[in-house]
Design a protein around this ligand. Structure first.
Ligand code: BES
Ligand code: ZN
Length: 419
């Protein structure tokens, strides 16, 4: 744990790291002013689209700006040209967040704290093997079924869309919850499955929970987003989201199926299917914020978002190093070395590209293994073409369920945590 004194120093450093530009407050208060969204994005990208960067977190080159719809589209277009996606993270706060606000200072403080913890870990000798092989974990890992993964991706991508703000944002969500309940109904562990309602959006997240035996307050979280989106300008408006992110959702469900048949772990394991990720990490941001406010002890967060397209070859996985924990990445490399033996290549999204960033923002250690490096990813995402096709590789995708299972059963029965 970081002492409160260190925390204060970090907060002070974060405030010092902020560079302020005068805010154009009047534009926001004019009744006819277009709606703006407060976002965090790469400073250079914000400058390129001519956005006013209201504050900068210098260590990470993350900037804060309020973007109109047109500016959001410009940023998207810019990042698409560069092979990136939307390239920004909407902040789930009111649009008139000012650069000096405690909320923004807190957000930047969290970024500084993460950088510090990662540097401390990298300078320590904790890389050494943290994990001992266990035959019962290997057996559980070997139980992963590619057929189950395919069936769940097929099921989720058969809906017209799973858009968080569409005409029926919960049709697929309701059906997914039923499928999860079916999957765990014979578990001896008494798995609870429930919706998580959100304040800002109509779509619901889903949480399944296996209560820990001896340290139930220590929680290992694994999740992926259940929503989909179609960002094409014209043509087919369906959003099947097979890779993005029925694939990660199916990995989490298959991990739950297998973990729910094992001995009860010492720590609590929670499984999430998040709503509204495509709208700016909306569901996960609210969940992570609530957990922090309730002082929940989340020891690790695994995020699975896009696992079906082996863009750098079968069994080559990317591991995003931004907005993630160096300790947890190293832990996953240990697990991989024993149980899955994939090739892991470090890369960056360059922005908080998925729900791990929501947990990271609240100071929890997160990790995001990914289907490939950033450039190798599936470029059909956010279109009607994101379906199961000849490139879909369920053997590759199965790796991610295996990592999730090994992590839950090893870390769930351990006292390891980020220092
Ligand atoms: N699956 C993507 C994230 C992603 C894309 C990760 C490419 C790694 C490589 C995710 O669903 C997504 O679309 N994220 C948005 C950002 C989000 C904050 C709205 C994006 O990347 O544009
Ligand atoms: Zn997406």
């Amino acid at each position: 744990m970081v002492s409160s004194r260190t925390n204060e120093a970090l907060r002070a450093a974060a405030v010092a790291a902020l560079t302020f530009v005068a805010a154009n407050a009047t534009a926001l208060t004019t009744p006819s002013a277009p709606a703006v969204t407060p976002v965090l994005a790469d400073v250079d990208s914000l400058r390129k689209i001519g956005a006013e960067v209201l504050a900068t977190h210098e260590e990470t080159n993350v900037g804060y700006a309020k973007l109109s719809q047109t500016q959001q589209e410009a940023l998207s277009a810019l990042n698409h040209e560069a092979g990136r996606c939307g390239g920004f993270e909407a902040l789930p706060y009111s649009a008139d967040l000012e650069p000096m606000s405690p909320v923004l200072t807190h957000v930047f403080g969290q970024l500084s704290e993460r950088e510090l913890k990662n540097r401390q870990f990298e300078n320590s000798s904790q890389f050494m093997s943290m994990v001992e092989p266990k035959s019962e974990i290997q057996k559980a890992v070997d139980d992963v079924s590619e057929d189950n993964l395919r069936a769940t991706v097929q099921f989720m991508s058969s809906y017209n869309d799973r858009t968080y703000n569409g005409a029926s944002p919960n049709t697929a969500v309701d059906a997914l919850k039923t499928r999860i309940e079916e999957t765990v109904k014979n578990s001896p562990l008494g798995v609870t499955v429930e919706f998580v309602n959100h304040t800002g959006i109509r779509q619901k997240s889903i949480r399944a929970r296996i209560e820990g035996s001896t340290r139930p307050n220590e929680i290992v979280v694994m999740g992926g987003h259940l929503d989909s989106i179609n960002q094409s300008w014209m043509g087919d408006k369906r959003a099947p989201g097979a890779d993005d992110n029925a694939s990660g959702s199916s990995n989490i469900l298959e991990a739950l199926r297998i973990i729910s048949q094992q001995a009860r772990p010492e720590r609590t394991i929670e499984f999430f299917w998040y709503a509204g990720e495509e709208g700016g990490l909306l569901g996960s941001a609210e969940i992570a914020r609530t957990y922090k406010a309730e002082k929940k002890d989340v020891v690790a967060v695994l995020q699975l978002d896009m696992t079906l397209f082996p863009g750098d070859g079968e069994f080559t996985l990317g591991s995003m190093t931004d907005f993630t924990s160096a300790w947890l990445r190293s832990y996953v490399e240990n697990i991989n070395g024993i149980y899955t033996k994939a090739r892991i290549v470090n890369d960056k999204c360059g922005y908080g590209c998925s729900d791990h960033a929501s947990w990271n923002r609240q100071g929890y250690p997160a990790v995001m293994p990914f289907e490939a490096t950033f450039n190798g990813m599936n470029h059909n995402l956010h279109t009607a073409k994101d379906v199961i096709d000849a490139n879909s590789n369920f053997r590759h995708s199965a790796m991610f369920s295996k990592l999730a299972i090994a992590m839950a059963l090893d870390l769930g029965n351990s006292t390891l945590r980020e220092q």
